[in-house]
Design a protein around this ligand. Structure first.
Ligand code: FRU
Length: 430
């Protein structure tokens, strides 16, 4: 295994990104029906995650499926397109519970407002503390409204349930985990558009230690990056790197927990060099997460069409990288290009914020769906989502992925259901 600190990030190269193509049926989300159902018509609902173990598997609690979602009150933002696009300034983490993983009841706020150090709560992970009956850690991003402060943070509490539903206690205080230091990851003074969020903790099977992935940017002054052969990759003859490539500086960040996980002390972390950078390719690699399967390490991240740089293009969706040597890489892009599941070009913004679980189920939210017959790139009319998309499943086969199943809107599958059913382990072999 490559040591965690003495290594360079793997590069998602310009040449790799030239292989990204929308509409390959094995890497494209199904077109969503115009009459999609809405899970919660009082709230906009977007980034979502199931209650999971720190080893990745989705779990139920006392027979209930549980998920957190970023939500905003439609009554507060406006129940229209402008309200939807303004939702981030009103975001908080809500939770939902369900008996069957399909029909969801809104439970309220997950964090007590006393936990809020800043006005907005953005994405993260809800994790059952390893070895405990009902202690949970909500990792999330504490953000101020103009986004110049963005801190991966954590609040802890307990989960409770009876026949009528699920509720939480605690979650009254927040610990800030780490901040953008300008050395390992760009900070606000280097890059006014810096991203530093979406904590995803996990136990690394190779060393048993707790690490956290997050969305970051390559450190350095925005726009000043010079592309080398490392970022370019194997470019075709005559290809010239497009103008503005240097504005793409996304990084999949990683830090190691130094304080005690068993004691729920998340205050001290060691910042490590990024796992993958997208210098010259794209400025955002969001909600990074990891799946250990087939003896390989799969790193997934979501990205936008609008954040590609230097004339490169690709659909909104989930991208991925695979390592044969554990979490510290080196990584190569899945499917050669990195694209795992993109939106179809007939509905280029239909879904976003995909999360791949260890069984290959992929959950996402509906953003906007162009009205039939309109130009999908600039639709005259479209339907706003603000609710969950159909869950799909992908197969992971070595360094390739394939779309294989489509399920219900917002459906969540739990690993413990299979564990209790005496059926073979549905996860790919590790
Ligand atoms: C992804 C994302 C996250 C962020 C959240 C804010 O959809 O951009 O990076 O935490 O949305 O809404």
């Amino acid at each position: 295994m490559v040591s965690s600190n003495a290594r360079l990030p793997s590069a998602w190269t310009i040449a790799d990104a030239l292989k990204v193509h929308a509409d390959d049926p094995t890497t494209t989300m199904p077109v969503i029906a115009q009459d999609f159902p809405v899970i919660d018509d009082a709230l906009w609902q977007w980034d979502t995650g199931a209650l999971r173990r720190i080893t990745g598997e989705t779990v139920t609690f006392k027979g209930w499926y549980v998920m957190w979602s970023l939500v905003a009150e439609r009554a507060q933002t406006g129940d229209d397109a402008a309200g939807w696009h303004n939702r981030n300034a009103f975001a908080f983490i809500g939770y939902y519970y369900s008996r069957n993983g399909i029909d969801w009841t809104f439970g309220g706020r997950l964090l007590n407002t006393s936990a809020d150090l800043r006005p907005d709560e953005w994405s993260g992970s809800l994790i059952m503390r390893h070895g405990s009956e009902n202690v949970l850690d909500m990792f999330y991003t504490s953000v101020n409204t103009d986004m110049n402060q963005s801190m991966p943070s954590v609040s802890s509490g307990t989960i409770h349930a009876d026949d009528s539903g699920v509720w939480f206690e605690g979650f009254t205080a927040t610990t800030e985990m780490f901040s953008a230091d300008g050395l390992h990851y760009a900070n606000a003074s280097q890059d006014p558009y810096f991203d530093f969020r979406d904590p995803h903790p996990f136990i690394n099977p190779a060393d048993g230690q707790v690490y956290c992935l997050f969305e970051g940017n390559v450190p350095g002054m925005r726009g000043d990056f010079v592309m080398t052969d490392r970022e370019a990759g194997h470019l075709p003859p005559g290809y010239t790197v497009g103008e503005g490539a240097g504005y793409g500086a996304a990084a999949i960040g990683i830090a190691r927990l130094v304080s005690s996980y068993a004691q729920g002390d998340f205050s001290r972390w060691e910042m490590l060099p990024a796992l993958v950078t997208a210098l010259g390719v794209n400025d955002q690699t969001e909600r990074p997460h990891v799946v250990f399967a087939n003896g390989l390490t799969y790193l997934f991240t979501i990205s936008h069409h609008s954040t590609y740089t230097g004339g490169l293009a690709g659909p909104d969706g989930v991208y991925g990288f695979v390592s044969r040597h554990g979490i510290f890489g080196p990584y190569t892009p899945l499917n050669s290009s990195g694209l795992v599941l993109g939106n179809p070009s007939s509905a280029p913004y239909e879904t976003y914020s995909h999360f791949v679980d260890p069984m290959g189920y992929v959950q996402s939210f509906i953003d906007t769906l162009p009205a039939p017959g309109t130009d999908p790139q600039a639709p005259a009319t479209y339907r706003i989502g603000g609710t969950l998309a159909p869950t799909v499943r992908i197969a992971l086969e070595d360094d390739r992925t394939f779309l294989t199943e489509v399920h219900d809107y917002g459906q969540i599958f739990a690993f413990d259901e299979w564990a209790a059913s005496n059926q073979p382990d549905p996860r790919p072999a590790t």
